[in-house]
Design a protein around this ligand. Structure first.
Ligand code: A2P
Length: 341
């Protein structure tokens, strides 16, 4: 049956959070065919409201909500909440699009970047589709076209990740610490292990036995799963930086056959979701503040040869982690679900 004129009952789980709030505005901006919108959060937010298309929508308590009748559920309330509630929504008939890492590595849950492997949305035996981690998302929007053309053997990546990836409490901590330090006051780090204002932290998520952090290993596991190629080597370092919105990545790739910066630029200029900003002049490159924050594209600049390797290429990839890195991709996946039934 065609879904051309259908409208959907859409639930946003975590609607009061940094990503959930953006999901609501992107559903509205893109005119997703919402018949009924349901905003869910924890008990502490129940009774409050969120904005959707200029209307105030009552926030309901997820714990007592009956998911019967929900067509599409966008989850962004953390892994624990997803693990407990996503299967219940799926069992009640909803397609769950989950922004947490709870199901990303399960074989029977597709991990979808809308520009890279959209066909995978159909492969959802459990009724759950996972949204990749923000850093993997923007990296693969830019690298997938190159991988398809010349094959990528190895990726070296250092990320510069904004605090919004840590949710509202992380945004507040950067703001508060910045104010305190500028006023010569003591700070008391809560959300981050050490001072984040005017500092960099080379740890995101927990440490694993191999010395990498979980955030770093997400780049390895998710790249292989999304590109469907376990032979790709990924060497990541993930760093939290005192930027509010927008992740940046210094990326070096080694390809199977040589691709020149000019060829890569042309390929990326025609790639969906990518905008090349590469002027080789002061300011002629994307930054989180000047380009990414509040916008949809994955920006690529600083495309240049790696003169230390015969098949190496360097680039700088920047995107709004809350939009393409989370909420926008989730809504794009919902659009694919809506289109395909
Ligand atoms: P609440 O505002 O009621 O705490 P962020 O990542 O910006 O911190 O947002 C997390 C989102 O997940 C918020 O909407 C938050 O709701 C929601 N959330 C957190 N814990 C739960 C829970 N146990 N049940 C439902 N929603 C939750």
């Amino acid at each position: 049956m065609s879904n051309q004129n259908r409208s959907f009952t859409v639930a946003v789980v975590g609607a009061t959070g940094a990503v959930g709030e953006t999901m609501l505005s992107i559903l509205a901006e893109r005119d997703f065919p919402v018949g009924k919108l349901i905003a869910l959060a924890s008990e502490r937010s129940a009774g409050g409201t969120v904005d959707y298309k200029g209307q105030k929508i009552a926030v309901q308590d997820l714990a007592t909500f009956d998911p019967a009748g929900v067509d599409i559920a966008l989850f962004s309330a953390g892994g624990g909440v997803s693990k407990e509630y996503a299967p219940k929504f799926a069992a009640a008939g909803a397609v769950v699009i989950d922004n947490s890492s709870a199901f990303r590595y399960d074989d029977d849950v597709p991990l979808v970047v809308s520009e890279v492997n959209p066909e995978q949305v159909q492969n959802r035996p459990r009724g759950i589709i996972a949204n990749p981690n923000c850093s993997t998302m923007q990296m693969l929007v830019a690298l997938a076209p190159i991988h398809r053309k010349v094959g990528i053997e190895r990726i070296n990546v250092a990320t510069y990740q904004s605090v919004s990836g840590g949710g509202r409490s992380a945004l507040e901590e950067l703001g508060k610490q910045t104010g305190q330090l500028l006023n010569f006051q003591e700070i008391d780090p809560q959300r981050f292990p050490v001072q984040i204002a005017f500092n960099l932290i080379p740890q995101i998520d927990e440490f694993l036995d191999n010395g990498f952090t979980k955030e770093e290993m997400k780049l390895v596991w998710e790249t292989r799963k999304i590109l469907g190629d376990d032979s790709i080597q990924v060497n990541p370092t993930a760093v939290r930086v005192p930027v509010f919105y927008g992740h940046s990545e210094a990326v070096n790739i080694e390809t199977k056959t040589k691709i020149t910066p000019e060829e890569a630029r042309t390929l990326l200029e025609n790639a969906p979701g990518v905008e090349v900003v590469d002027d080789r002049a002061p300011g002629g490159y994307p930054t989180p503040v000047t380009h990414a924050s509040g916008t949809d594209p994955v920006y690529v600049g600083r495309i240049r040869d790696d003169f230390s390797h015969p098949r190496g290429l360097n680039m700088w990839i920047v995107s709004d982690n809350i939009r393409k890195g989370a909420a926008l991709n989730a809504v794009q996946v919902a659009e694919l679900v809506a289109k395909n039934g």
